[in-house]
Design a protein around this ligand. Structure first.
Ligand code: THG
Length: 368
């Protein structure tokens, strides 16, 4: 096995000691930081995530903080989602686009106060775009990456575990809302959110010094719940239709192509960069779109490239993520498909590595 060379550029997280002690088997790199991908095996982790509770080091979900009189204006410049109704205590999933309407990131934004936001980013250097805009437009706003590291608690028993550590009131936090909860005398943002469909919370751990104490507190409190270290699961997230920036979409895609049109209010998102470009695609509709795909036959291999989707000799799309699903007993996949072939039930072929051709169908069951 080849190992990744440690260096200062490849950042550890405040939870890395705990992750290593828990027996992490492999990592990926995300926002220049280590993100665990496997503990026991992807399938065993999947089973456990769907039946118990896991603690995830998702410190890679870095925060871009906007603070100051122009924070609100800048936040609306970044996204075609209308933020006028956003209240402190709310999380919004917000497509971030460039001047052509191309996706730059798909973060969760948190409104901490009228003039203060956190943008909890996916894997791209969004900080530079935000700083560039603030400077170019001479905005009165401070932008930086604070010492905040999210820790996710995910799975059907997540609420019970959280209540033991943060108190019963945590049960009242609604989906995509957050409250402030005490740990070791510090007030932390705790949101009901996370990169799984199994339910759970994300704790925005502010101050690296309390990261390992919180990690240990969760494992001690959850011993009888079979709490384990986990991570975003490659099978569960495809089943759930959770998109991965850099995999399922890039700067070459509009939010509409990504099925994120429901998070765009391009008519009313006044001030959004890329608004004119998006008004055009919103009017005509996209010519390709993300779809769930079922790939027949046995287990597909892991992949580091897109697989062509074919209709005869013609390419009509590409598979961008795929995994064998034990629960669906088939390969579940996410792909970008041209409009001529995106209808539910359309039969296509997928070319796997080694030129193996597999039957596949545009599917409609993994997610709504
Ligand atoms: N949580 C936080 N930060 C993140 C992620 C996260 N940053 C990186 C990455 N994940 C960003 N991408 C996503 C993708 C999907 C969702 C959240 C972040 C998500 N989607 C739900 C869905 O599609 O069902 C709900 C969206 C909604 O209804 O508003 O949760 O996970 N902090």
């Amino acid at each position: 096995m080849t190992l990744i060379s440690p260096s200062r550029r490849l950042r550890r997280t405040p939870f890395s000691d705990g992750v290593e002690a828990a027996g992490v088997q492999s990592y990926t790199v995300y926002n220049h930081m280590l993100l665990p991908t496997v503990f026991r095996s992807v399938e065993e982790d999947y089973r456990h995530l769907k039946s118990a509770v896991q603690v995830w080091d998702v410190a890679v979900e870095r925060q871009v903080e906007l603070r100051g009189p122009d924070a609100k204006r800048l936040m609306q410049m970044l996204t075609p989602r209308d933020l006028r109704g956003m209240m402190p205590g709310q999380c919004y999933y917000v497509p971030i686009v460039d001047e052509t309407g191309g996706m730059l990131n798909d973060p969760v934004a948190l409104k901490l106060a009228e003039n203060r936001y956190w943008i909890s980013i996916a894997d791209s250097d969004l900080l530079f775009w935000v700083k560039g805009l603030a400077n170019g437009y001479r905005l009165d706003v401070l932008i930086d990456e604070p010492d905040v590291s999210p820790l996710a608690v995910q799975g059907p028993k997540a609420e019970d575990l959280m209540a033991r550590v943060f108190g019963e009131a945590v049960r009242d936090v609604r989906f995509f809302r957050f409250g402030w909860f005490d740990f070791m005398g510090r007030s932390l943002v705790v949101a009901r959110s996370g990169y799984s469909k199994q339910g759970g919370f994300e704790i925005y751990v502010e101050g690296s010094d309390i990261a390992m104490p919180l990690w240990h507190a969760l494992f001690e409190a959850g011993e009888d719940l079979d709490v384990r270290a986990g991570c975003p699961n490659a099978i569960e997230r495809v089943e759930g239709g959770l998109l991965s920036y850099g995999n399922d979409m890039t700067r070459d895609n509009t939010p509409h192509e990504c099925g994120l049109g429901r998070f765009c209010n391009t008519q009313t998102a006044i001030g959004c960069i890329g608004r004119d470009a998006l008004l055009r695609v919103a009017k005509d509709g996209p010519v390709q779109q993300i779809r769930p795909i079922q790939i027949e036959g046995g287990r597909v291999p892991n992949s580091d490239r897109a697989w062509p989707i074919m209709a005869g000799q013609q390419q009509v799309g590409q598979v961008t993520s795929a995994a064998w699903s034990p629960d669906f007993e088939t390969n579940v996949a996410i792909g970008m498909v041209r409009m001529t072939h995106w209808d539910l039930g359309t039969d296509v072929d997928v070319i796997l590595p080694g030129n193996e051709v597999r039957a596949a169908v545009v599917f409609g069951v993994f997610w709504a």
